[in-house]
Design a protein around this ligand. Structure first.
Ligand code: GLU
Length: 305
């Protein structure tokens, strides 16, 4: 496919351990795996465990076991974001030294009064010891455009649509936007296949890559799986965990949902055979160009044929 001949393909799946994998997160894992393997690339797993209040004890281990049960075997060791604090601090320090990041003591209420957008540097206030966030000082010229593999052309003006965004939170935790950009560069990720719930974050991440001098990966945002009411299946709203006992049926159902037209009989094969068929038949252009797509029921095997 279209990975440039000089950059080796390295893909990744980067779950937050807020709960076990549900149908939607399994579909993301499968699609990122297939896209990487189809391009003879490597596929890494990164555990995004930098937000302890949102995490569920045991979820990181369960996710890895669920991946293994489905034959989704990753290359290299799993990278844990909880062990990457020094790298995030170094990036923050660099931005502070270049006067591209600044402390912000604003309350939620103050931000709300300004329509949620933080457009200007805060006047110096409070002591350095007061809890504060660190924000990126976004340039006026911050229009970011990119071609999404599944969703097509995208653009966003960071300054006007997002404002100066948070890199380090008031509660002392690193922001997702900073950690993801530092780690994608560290792991030399060339292709990021993930859910469309992160489409809106991508321009921010590209902007931060530019500021930090990192290469820009290709991005592809898959439809997010929703329930009958249109709500996103999420680990936090306790979407049903995928059952490790029925990996073949789960994989077949994901392939069908991703519009890869798996033959019906394939659902009786083992996970390795299903994945091998799917790598050989992976078609990016068949993936529905939708932001949301209803998740199927997992219990019913397709009738034999
Ligand atoms: N950790 C994020 C999540 O589980 C995904 C981050 C990413 O793929 O960039 O939603």
């Amino acid at each position: 496919m279209d990975s440039s001949p000089t950059t080796p393909y390295i893909g990744r799946f980067a779950p937050s351990p807020t709960g076990p994998l549900h149908f939607g997160s399994l579909a993301t894992a499968v699609a990122s795996y297939l896209d990487a393997r189809r391009c003879d690339g490597r596929w890494l797993v990164r555990m995004e465990d930098i937000d302890p209040p949102r995490e569920m004890p045991g979820a990181a281990e369960r996710i890895l076991r669920q991946l293994e049960a489905h034959g989704l075997l990753w290359d290299d060791r799993v990278l844990y974001q909880s062990q990457r604090g020094e790298a995030y601090l170094a990036a923050l320090q660099q931005l502070l030294d270049r006067n591209l990041a600044y402390p912000c003591h604003c309350s939620r209420q103050q931000l709300k009064e300004r329509g949620g957008l933080h457009l200007l540097r805060c006047a110096p206030q409070g002591g350095a010891e007061q809890p504060h966030a660190l924000r990126l000082a976004v340039d006026e010229q911050s229009d970011i455009g990119f071609e999404d593999i599944f969703q097509g052309r995208q653009r966003q003006s960071i300054k006007l649509e997002v404002g100066d965004f948070v890199l380090h939170r008031k509660d002392g935790l690193f922001a997702y936007q900073l950690a993801v950009v530092v780690d994608d560069a560290f792991q030399q990720i060339s292709h990021i296949i993930r859910g469309s719930d992160l489409l809106d974050s991508t321009a921010r991440q590209i902007y931060l890559q530019q500021v930090l001098g990192f290469p820009q990966p290709d991005y592809g945002h898959l439809p997010v799986a929703v329930d009958a009411k249109g709500h996103k299946l999420s680990k936090q709203n306790l979407a049903r965990a995928v059952d490790e006992q029925t990996p073949s049926l789960n994989l077949w159902t994901v392939l069908h949902w991703l519009n890869q037209a798996p033959p019906t009989a394939l659902c009786h094969s083992n996970p390795e055979q299903i994945l091998s068929w799917a790598v050989g038949h992976w078609q990016r252009q068949a993936v529905p160009q939708l932001l949301h797509l209803r998740a199927p029921a997992l219990q019913t095997p397709p009738s034999a044929g």
